[in-house]
Design a protein around this ligand. Structure first.
Ligand code: SF4
Length: 328
């Protein structure tokens, strides 16, 4: 969990998305994390990665597919696909390989496995990726799309190549096709030059968008980045108050997403000792005894937000898609 990290620590040297350290996700070690790319050629002014990790380098598609085959042969049922800048996957290979091509191969995967696409920059989450995720039972209805800010002036100062309106349109497309999808985001507060008005735009954007998970990163200088030499540093007390306000909004959204999912039936993978499971749309549930680890189950979601429970309606070895409609 990235909670409590400032931007200087978050956008660091790890092999995960945008320099996050590669740690097991909600599915813990039950899922395989497969890194398909490293390096980044974007220009986010708060981020040190382009100068420490260098240009984007992708594993050729046949290598990725072979690694997936090895993972499934070893018994993995869920595979998270990640990279420092996953959206640029294939660009360096010079053979026309793209993220869309990779996701298409995953969508058509012949074996019983669920792929979870990790963090994607908003400009890299193409309509084709959304269409493939919506149309294939192999791809988890789960997106992580760092918005970072609700003000276009701040996005521009951060070197982020999209607008708040573009982002909100993208989420509309996702919601229209995948109303039960889990959508996470990252938000930076206290970026140099951030005024009360800029911040208000972030807060309004967060409150208005259908997020299930919001991660907040208070800005801090990372020596060597363009942002470190920007004027208009925001007072620490103000930064902390803004972080709190966005976190509170994020908690409300998380509860509301979970409430809306209660009563639905999803497929889920059992984790830990089998007493918990993670749904395809990234909810963690408590299960009654009787299951081992790494088993597919179909569960009806019950309980309360923050303490969700899964009632197993069908123990199954199949990863067929969830039904969205409530069962009661
Ligand atoms: S996309 Fe931006 S934040 Fe992510 S690694 Fe590249 S420069 Fe850093």
């Amino acid at each position: 969990d990235a909670a409590g990290l400032t931007t200087a620590a978050r956008y660091a040297e790890g092999d995960g998305a945008c320099g996050a350290s590669l740690r097991p996700g909600v599915a813990g070690r039950t899922a395989l994390t497969l890194r398909v790319q490293t390096g980044c050629e974007e220009h986010c002014s708060y981020c040190i990665i382009p100068s420490t990790r260098g240009r984007g380098r992708s594993h050729p598609l046949p290598v990725v597919l072979e690694n997936i085959r090895r993972g499934t042969a070893a018994g993995y049922k869920e595979i998270a696909i990640t990279g420092v800048h996953l959206g640029s996957y294939g660009r360096d290979l010079g053979d026309g390989t793209t993220l869309d091509a990779l996701v298409r191969a995953l969508a058509e995967w012949p074996e019983d496995v669920l792929f979870r696409i990790s963090s994607l920059e908003p400009m890299d989450c193409t309509r084709e990726v959304v269409r493939l995720i919506a149309g294939s039972g192999r791809l988890a209805p789960h997106f992580h799309l760092p918005l970072q800010h609700g003000s276009d002036a701040m996005l521009s100062a951060m070197g982020r190549p999209y607008t708040a309106a573009y982002y909100s349109d993208l989420l509309e497309v996702i919601q229209a096709r995948l109303p039960d999808a889990s959508i996470g985001t990252d938000i930076i507060v206290g970026f140099p030059g951030e005024t009360d008005d800029h911040f208000a735009r972030t807060l309004v954007a967060v409150e208005r968008l259908p997020f299930s998970h919001v991660h907040v990163f208070p800005y801090s200088d990372r020596p060597g980045t363009a942002a470190a030499s920007l004027p208009g540093k925001v007072d620490g007390t103000v930064v902390r108050a803004r972080a709190r306000a966005v976190r509170d909004a994020g908690s409300r959204l998380a509860r509301s997403f979970q409430s809306a999912q209660i009563g639905t039936t999803r497929r889920a993978l059992t984790i830990d000792d089998g007493s918990r499971a993670v749904t395809d749309n990234y909810l963690k549930l408590q299960l009654p005894p009787g299951h081992g680890r790494n088993e597919w189950v179909r569960v009806r979601i019950e309980g309360t937000p923050g303490a969700l429970e899964g009632v197993v309606v069908e123990p199954t070895a199949s990863a067929r898609p969830s039904t969205a409609a409530p069962t009661s």
